[in-house]
Design a protein around this ligand. Structure first.
Ligand code: PCA
Length: 187
């Protein structure tokens, strides 16, 4: 069986740090835990993600990114659309277009989100549900990873969690939150 794959994103736009990158780098990678930091660029992120999935054949996929809000967001739905005003880090802009011409409108997360929610609550960490991971890179890789899982007919946990900026939730607490989620995905 393959590893647990945990991804974050590089820093982008005006954000000085991307908590998902910092937290992913703080996890004890090796053995069953594979980590990677994706570029905030549609083409390169999709290509790297696909290569990682194909090569690692993970038993579970937990993807992380920054959302500028006060809480951890447990993303329930990946949507089949790119729709962002902002350019990615390669200068590409994708307003209102389907990610996959033949794909379904949404894919549900297959992560154990109820267990994540309980673990975060027990640890006193702020979180909320979300049914909209945005129209930029985070939703894009979420949809693409779920599509890959479906294409291969796998029954593995795969989904996305948004992290707040460090001024909303400090580094140590974010590491604790992600570790709690990783623990719920077993060893
Ligand atoms: N957050 C952005 C892209 C990369 C990241 O960390 C998003 O929510 O789409």
């Amino acid at each position: 069986m393959g590893p647990l794959l945990v991804t974050g994103f590089e820093r982008f736009d005006v954000h000085r740090l991307n908590p998902s990158e910092e937290v992913v780098k703080a996890l004890p990678a090796g053995g069953d835990l594979r980590t990677s930091v994706l570029p905030v660029a549609f083409r390169r992120a999709a290509a790297l993600l696909e290569a990682l999935l194909e090569e690692a054949r993970p038993r579970a996929v937990l993807m992380l990114g920054l959302h500028a809000g006060p809480e951890i967001r447990l993303e329930r739905l990946a949507r089949n659309r790119d729709d962002a005003d902002a350019c990615d880090e390669d200068g590409e802009r994708r307003p209102a277009a389907a990610i996959s011409a033949a794909g379904p409108v949404t894919y549900p997360s297959t992560l154990p989100l109820d267990a994540f929610a309980r673990a975060l609550t027990d640890a006193g960490l702020p979180w909320t549900w979300s049914d909209d991971a945005g129209g930029f890179l985070c939703n894009h890789v979420f949809y693409r990873a779920r599509e890959w899982v479906e294409r291969l007919g796998l029954a593995i946990p795969c989904g996305f969690v948004h992290l707040p900026p460090f001024d909303a939730l400090p580094f140590e607490r974010q590491v604790r939150a992600v570790t709690a989620c990783v623990d719920r995905l077993g060893r």
